[in-house]
Design a protein around this ligand. Structure first.
Ligand code: ADP
Length: 268
């Protein structure tokens, strides 16, 4: 037995200690690699709109400012790039707040129907421009779940924004709720361009875009679905996506139904 050989136990202890430390070092190395990659990605994404705005402003200063038509056009383009930069920074802050747990989830019974109506209101202008109709399917007018209102509102904002962005002009964006005994599955459906199967597994990664130049043109930061993923993580659930190129996409996620309210026992 090892108790008869104290040197052996000490050796074993040293080995297992070294093993634990090595695992910790590997973890730290992985984290460090992730951090470095993240900074590289972010820098690259920041460069794109800065570089564009810089180009327009310098061209103006080099003389284009004297041509009235060119002046307006370039100023508009510079403004659009700066708006994109602003959106990117906002999305990055949201993501970092969620990741570092600075935003505590606030769970309560919420009405998804009401929440969806509120998000629709935000997008009336954008939908009108493309003649896209926004609607909620089914006859229910109240859909209660247990979740964080503000965060799920952000999820719906990102999914509905994407659905409108990628919709065919004149088509429908439909939200539906599938209520089962314990859960509610919310789906956001569009009749848009769809997503090729080989990209489906990657669209929730930060900065992943199916079509980089077209996505930027449409004003995307590439972070929308990554934010969706993190928020749903915080609700112990995840988004599912089904899509058919040329026909459209459906994004859905499951949340638990509302908890029974504590009734006032003094009443009876
Ligand atoms: P973006 O800011 O580019 O929209 P997202 O993270 O929201 O970034 O989405 C990632 C990519 O997934 C998009 O660039 C787009 O290619 C694809 N995508 C997301 N939603 C849809 C949709 N409803 N229809 C088609 N493609 C979509």
């Amino acid at each position: 037995s090892s108790s008869l050989n104290p040197l052996k136990t000490i050796n074993e202890d040293i080995y297992s200690f070294a093993e634990v430390k090595q695992k910790e070092i590997d973890e730290l190395k992985k984290l460090e690699a992730f951090r470095r990659e993240f900074i590289a990605d972010v820098s690259h994404e920041l460069k794109t709109p800065i570089f564009a705005a810089q180009g327009f402003v310098h061209t103006l200063l080099d003389g284009a400012v004297n041509d009235r038509a060119v002046r307006t056009k370039f100023l508009k383009k510079a403004a659009k790039s700066l708006d994109g930069l602003d959106m990117l920074v906002q999305d990055l802050l949201t993501l970092s707040h969620i990741e570092t747990g600075q935003i505590k989830m606030h769970f309560e019974n919420i009405d998804l129907y009401h929440l969806t109506e509120e998000v629709f209101e935000q997008f009336e202008g954008k939908a009108d421009k493309k003649d896209v109709s926004l609607s909620i399917a089914g006859s229910e007018t109240k859909v209660m779940v247990y979740a964080d209102w503000q965060r799920i509102s952000q999820v719906m904002t990102n999914l509905i924004s994407n659905a409108i962005k990628h919709s065919q002009d004149g088509s429908d964006v439909i939200v539906s709720f599938d209520v089962t005994k314990k859960n509610v599955v919310t789906s956001v459906r569009d009749a848009g361009e769809g997503i090729p199967a080989e990209h489906l597994g990657r669209i929730f990664e930060r900065f992943y875009r199916v079509d980089k130049s077209r996505s930027r043109e449409k004003g995307g930061t590439g972070l929308g679905l990554s934010i969706v993923k993190h928020i749903l993580d915080g609700h112990n659930t995840k988004a599912e996506v089904k899509s058919e190129p040329g026909a459209g996409s459906v994004f859905s996620f499951k949340l638990p139904r509302a908890k029974p309210e504590v009734t006032d026992l003094e009443e009876d």
